[in-house]
Write a protein that binds this ligand. Structure first.
Ligand SMILES: Nc1ncnc2c1ncn2[C@@H]1O[C@H](COP(=O)(O)OP(=O)(O)O)[C@@H](O)[C@H]1O
Ligand SMILES: O=C(OP(=O)(O)O)[C@H](O)COP(=O)(O)O
Length: 467
């Protein structure tokens, strides 16, 4: 893998009385009342913080928070945004048309005016929803709601600053006692963060004497607090979470106990090309599931009904299947699928052979025969990495395939198989099934783990001191 794994460790760093700038990823989901709905990332950051506290460090925590609540009817936040933009466009056309007709005497003007107002209002609501990232100081993205939980987990009162740079922050930093913790405000309230502005990075660096990066979930971003700061603040070392993620996602994948299997699912083949190609170089078995399988079926000449297909990726699917053969990788595609008559939780559904999906039906999960075949093949493996759900697990009716795979991996973990869940929706699925603590490793980074598995270098890791 392109990302170096031997980064300098926290354990070799002198911490007593030192001001330590710790980049953590506390980007957790909050509900409308600012309650944390999943504190996994906060809990994952605790071992490093406690170690620093226990060794007399004066801890300065820095994070971003941009979490956008997922809209269940859309496959991803990006899909929702695209839908929103398309809707805005459609409404603009509608408004123009209606404005024209409103001038005519043939129509009921009151009704037309009402429709125009309604369309405008709906457009505005959608537009607001689609732009859910902080631009400047945005109270709803403040890190303040995290302070009580962080204090509870650390067993001390965590202090909070109103900014992440500036005089007031410097004053609060100077007041941190040995073993104390100060949480800085959302670092992305400054646009210089994402631009990796050197002056901003220097300001962050000037707050401390040691840099620790424990924000694996953000390690694929070359931002001021994840990459730039490491140039000006030495030593720059990895925290325990960062190290653990690298040990599993780089170490276990580079030197796996064999047979080594990968399970790749999720919505589209286009978003997983890199990871499939990279894994084909390493694995003995590759299982495919999720929405991407229909592109593979269509490439083989099967009828796929109205299932998700990427027409422009048919050749790619064929070449991936050929590559698997050349590399001697056993490629397993589901042999049966659960089809639905619409994309909805209450759709009518039935199980059909993968090669016989009728018009008007779409595949939303892998079927029982596939679950059985996949499970038996997984029984022969010693290392398994899983990225992407087997079906539309958000709908109870189409969650069985994903749940069955999660249960199989939990069972195999208990028998000494190394099981790694590579971030994103597969983690959500494993958590939904209550099996998270059964796996060898669950990544806290979706995008970061995907990039790592694709063999891309992570800027936040490369910036750290060599071991
Ligand atoms: N057969 C399918 N048809 C449509 N969408 C699917 C299908 N199977 C899975 N999905 C969707 O794929 C999404 C996850 O895809 P993706 O983002 O690529 O995975 P991950 O986040 O684990 O990397 C889920 O929202 C799930 O509903
Ligand atoms: O939630 C995150 O990424 P993920 O959704 O890919 O796991 C990280 O906090 C990175 O956030 P970003 O994608 O806004 O840089």
């Amino acid at each position: 893998m392109a990302t170096k794994k031997s980064v300098s460790s926290l354990k070799e760093t002198d911490l007593k009385g030192k001001r330590v700038f710790v980049r953590v990823d506390l980007n957790v989901p909050l509900d409308d009342n600012f309650n944390i709905t999943d504190d996994t990332r906060i809990r994952a950051a605790v071992p490093t913080i406690k170690y620093l506290m226990g060794h007399g460090g004066r801890v300065i925590l820095c994070s971003h928070l941009v979490y956008a609540r997922r809209i269940p009817d859309f496959h991803s936040y990006k899909d929702f945004t695209l839908f929103g933009l398309k809707y805005v466009f459609d409404c603009a056309v509608l408004i123009t048309d209606l404005d024209f007709y409103a001038d005519s005497d043939d129509v009921n003007k009151e009704n037309v005016a009402l429709i125009i107002d309604f369309s405008r209002m709906f457009t505005m609501v959608l537009f607001t929803c689609s732009s859910g990232r902080p631009k400047g100081v945005t109270p709803k993205y403040s890190l303040k709601p995290l302070v009580p939980r962080l204090s509870e987990l650390l067993g001390i009162e965590v202090k909070m600053a109103n900014d992440c740079i500036g005089e007031e922050v410097e004053k609060l930093v100077a007041e941190i006692p040995g073993g104390g913790v100060l949480l800085l405000e959302n670092v992305r309230f400054h646009k210089e963060e994402e631009k990796n502005d050197p002056e901003f990075a220097k300001k962050l660096a000037s707050l401390a004497e040691v840099y620790v990066n424990d924000a694996f979930g953000t390690a694929h971003r070359a931002h001021a607090s994840t990459e730039g700061v490491a140039k000006y603040l030495k030593p720059a070392v990895a925290g325990f979470l960062m190290q653990k993620e690298l040990d599993y996602l780089v170490g276990a994948v580079a030197n796996p106990k064999k047979p080594f299997a990968a399970i790749v699912g999720g919505s589209k083949v286009s978003s997983k090309i890199g990871v499939i190609e990279s894994l084909l170089e390493k694995v003995d078995l590759l299982f495919l599931g999720g929405g991407m399988i229909f592109t593979f079926y269509k490439a083989q000449g099967y009828s796929v009904g109205s299932s998700l297909v990427e027409e422009d990726k048919l050749d790619l699917a064929t070449s991936l299947m050929e590559k698997a053969t050349v590399k001697g990788v056993k490629l397993l595609l589901p042999t049966d699928v659960v089809v639905a008559d619409k994309f909805a939780p209450d759709a009518n559904s039935k199980v059909v052979p993968a090669s016989e999906i009728a018009d008007g039906w779409m595949g939303l999960d892998i079927g029982p025969d596939s679950i059985k075949t996949f499970s038996e093949a997984l029984d022969t493996t010693k290392t398994i990495i899983w990225n992407g759900p087997m079906g539309v697990f958000e709908f109870e009716k189409f969650a069985a395939g994903t749940e069955a795979i999660a249960m199989k991996l939990a069972e195999l973990s208990g028998k000494g198989v190394t099981t790694i869940i590579g971030g994103g929706d597969s983690v959500a699925a494993v958590e939904k099934a209550g099996l998270a603590d059964k796996m060898s490793h669950i990544s806290t980074g979706g995008g970061a783990s995907l990039e790592l598995l694709e063999g891309k270098p992570l800027p936040g890791v490369l910036a750290l001191d060599d071991a």
